[in-house]
Write a protein that binds this ligand. Structure first.
Ligand SMILES: Cc1cc2nc3c(=O)[nH]c(=O)nc-3n(C[C@H](O)[C@H](O)[C@H](O)COP(=O)(O)OP(=O)(O)OC[C@H]3O[C@@H](n4cnc5c(N)ncnc54)[C@H](O)[C@@H]3O)c2cc1C
Length: 125
């Protein structure tokens, strides 16, 4: 049983894992390596002048792992509520966690399957 399961290891998911793992919560990230960030060249990220997307994502994963986050390469296909939290089904196995953070970026299949309410994305004005 994990305290927190995070779906997605892009900047959103890895940042969340940094904080949960550093706070002593047993954390797992499940990610299927389709980050949109990996296509980016980034020049406006705090603390770095410029960095490639793949480097940013790899550093984020290493930081999360450094504080004890377990990284699993797999696709989450369903999440169901249980008495003690949630059960996450991936293509190959199942994980139990008290809390789940969905940080799947542009990948909305899972959120739609769970009927999560979404806000339509807006471009900056
Ligand atoms: C060319 C380009 C340039 C950009 N430049 C900048 C910039 O300069 N500055 C800036 O601030 N932003 C920039 N962005 C935008 C920025 O990349 C994104 O807004 C942000 O990085 C998205 O992070 P994320 O963690 O939400 O999503 P992602 O990085 O996409 O991570 C989501 C992760 O979830 C995983 N996932 C999805 N569904 C599942 C599932 N069912 N099971 C398991 N894993 C799953 C994916 O594999 C992925 O690894 C740029 C984007 C692009 C494409």
């Amino acid at each position: 049983m994990y305290d927190v399961a995070i779906i997605g290891a892009g900047p959103a998911g890895a940042s969340a894992a940094l904080f949960t793992a550093k706070a002593g919560k047993k954390t797992v990230i499940i990610d299927n390596d389709k980050s949109i960030t990996k296509r980016a060249w980034i020049e406006n990220h705090y603390g770095v002048m410029e960095i490639t997307g793949p480097d940013l994502v790899e550093i984020g994963k290493k930081q999360a792992a450094k504080f004890g986050t377990e990284l699993i390469e797999d696709t989450a296909v369903n999440i169901v509520k249980t008495d003690s939290g949630f059960q996450i089904s991936t293509e190959s196995r199942q994980f139990d966690a008290k809390h789940v953070i969905i940080a799947t970026g542009l990948g909305i299949d899972l959120a739609e399957k769970l009927a999560c309410k979404r806000n339509r994305a807006r471009s900056p004005e």
